[in-house]
Design a protein around this ligand. Structure first.
Ligand code: ZN
Length: 74
């Protein structure tokens, strides 16, 4: 006597989340907006105008990242 397992009773090997095209569009839009906001924040204080007044804390903190993104500063 053998025990047979129906195909419908077997667990799926890999359970993938179901993502619709609307979900993907929403995540891509949110990611692009967040990246644009970060890019604007990194490039905002170009000497004369700073985020926190007349100091350059943000500028110095992200100095190398600014150069990596193409912002000239000196
Ligand atoms: Zn620099």
């Amino acid at each position: 006597m053998s025990v047979s397992i129906q195909a419908a009773e077997q667990p799926r090997a890999l359970a993938l989340p179901t993502a619709s095209a609307a979900d993907a569009a929403l995540w891509l839009t949110a990611t692009v907006l967040l990246a644009a906001l970060a890019y604007y924040f990194l490039g905002y204080d170009q000497g004369a105008v700073s985020v926190f007044g007349s100091d350059t804390h943000v500028h110095e903190f992200v100095h190398d990242a600014r150069h990596f993104l193409g912002f000239p500063c000196h």
